[in-house]
Design a binder for this molecule. Structure first.
Ligand code: BGC
Length: 429
């Protein structure tokens, strides 16, 4: 079949963020940030307090780190050695869902089942040792309301999690109870942080000049160090829950997708940019070109990545992926258009994410030039998705002009685990 060129151009246009829109979005993001500092109810950003500032880099000792942010849960034993150095002593990981075997993230599962499963993983990480005392740092990557470093209540599940009995609960209490049920009373959870906070802590542990931490993966979110410049408050990291930023104009695919999601009306930015959703949006747009509107085909962001990198003359890989997922045979010209569609979605994603970073950079700079800094980012989309990094850099230049030379992005790989250990160390103060 040959795609309808006009229809294709329209779809690409719907996924395009112009230079003017980019500026507006960054300015709107800054506006919500300023509003949120005053009163989070006035802003689409939740601006959640983390009760932690930046580490000195001199934190030392052996800690347990629980990284719970997606379907793969990890527990690590990490030895912090100071001077930004650390060693991973032990690492265990398990998925919370194995198709057809068990599922702790669906609506049919309970908090007890989920945390019992996690406690078993902790037991593996301490190798059954129920004597030696450990402080545990918990990277819990969902919007949580905190009153101190320990006490974090899940506000609402994101990333399509639906386990019953966790929303509204203090997650470390659920963890503690599960540890107790298994006789693991030597492990003491003392800190809960968001994964963005973990990334910022991990990056700041190793180098100066990092104030923004971000996750660009299955989910998306950003935090930054709020200096509270004109007040007596100590600087504190704020988890913006920027995935919930609302001042964006969703296109009809975004709208239709949101309606069918677990939490309609929530997480507008995240649903337009993150890995969990991009593949599905791509599938919905492709379905129109294939004259099967309403279908989705189950494309993932990994499919998109494989589609984009195919440089073979006949775009064989693209044809193969579309044949497998959508059951259609495409010629080379159509395959190239499919590639363009996937690229358009990634570019939109990178531009929107960058607009949010720049909103923060503007706010931190005030009337001055932005400070020289690294934005610490972790996540599969940032790390592996073709076109993502280069479009972040391009959008930074578009928005900041020559000041963009002051800003770069650094990959903080595995920051969620390291950050949790650092938070556990900082909890002793
Ligand atoms: C959550 C955030 C988290 C982000 C990245 C979002 O769905 O709401 O808390 O930081 O995913 O994991």
């Amino acid at each position: 079949m040959a795609f309808d060129k006009n229809q294709f151009d329209d779809i690409i246009r719907e996924f395009t963020v112009s230079g003017e829109q980019l500026h507006e979005i960054a300015a709107d993001f800054r506006y919500d940030l300023v509003k949120g500092l005053d009163d989070p109810d006035e802003s689409s950003l939740r601006m959640l307090k983390s009760y932690v500032g930046l580490p000195t880099g001199e934190e030392t000792g052996e800690y347990l780190a629980l990284d719970f942010g997606g379907t793969n849960v990890r527990v690590l034993r990490i030895r912090l050695e100071g001077k930004g150095k650390f060693e991973i002593v032990k690492k265990v990981a398990k998925p919370l869902r194995v198709e057809g075997v068990y599922d702790f993230v669906g609506a049919g599962s309970t908090a007890e089942q989920m945390f019992d499963f996690i406690a078993e993983l902790v037991d593996e990480a301490v190798e059954g040792d129920h004597e030696k005392k450990y402080l545990l740092g918990h990277t819990f990557s969902f919007p949580s309301e905190q009153t101190d470093l320990y006490n974090a209540k899940l506000i609402i599940w994101t990333k399509e999690f639906a386990t019953a009995g966790v929303e509204g609960k203090v997650v470390n209490d659920l963890l503690k109870e599960a540890l107790h049920r298994q006789g693991i009373d030597n492990v003491q959870p003392t800190a809960v942080i968001n994964d963005t906070v973990a990334v910022l802590l991990a990056a700041a542990y190793k180098q100066p000049g990092v104030y923004i931490g971000s996750i660009y993966a299955t989910g998306h979110n950003t935090c930054y160090l709020e200096p509270y410049a004109d007040s007596a408050e100590a600087p504190m990291i704020l988890n913006l829950e920027s995935g919930g930023f609302m001042k964006l104009i969703p296109n009809r695919f975004d709208i239709a997708f949101d309606k069918a999601s677990e939490k309609p009306g929530e997480q507008r930015l995240e649903k337009m940019v993150s890995g969990r959703y991009m593949g599905e949006l791509f599938g919905m747009a492709l379905a129109e070109l294939l004259e099967e509107p309403g279908k989705g085909y189950g494309f993932t962001s990994i499919d998109m990545s494989n589609i984009i990198v195919d440089e073979s003359p006949a775009r064989e890989k693209v044809a193969e992926i579309v044949a497998k997922k959508a059951g259609k045979t495409l010629d080379t010209a159509d395959c190239k258009m499919v590639q363009e569609l996937a690229s358009a979605l990634v570019i939109r994603s990178a531009r929107l994410v960058t607009a949010s970073y720049v909103g923060i950079i503007w706010q931190l700079a005030g009337k001055d030039k932005p400070q020289k800094q690294h934005i610490a980012i972790d996540g599969s989309v940032y790390e592996k998705m073709p076109l993502a990094k280069e479009n972040i850099m391009r959008a930074l230049s578009e928005l900041l002009g020559e000041d963009a030379a002051e800003i770069d992005t650094v990959l903080e790989n595995g920051g969620s685990g390291l950050g949790a250990a650092i938070a556990a160390a900082m909890s002793q103060k």
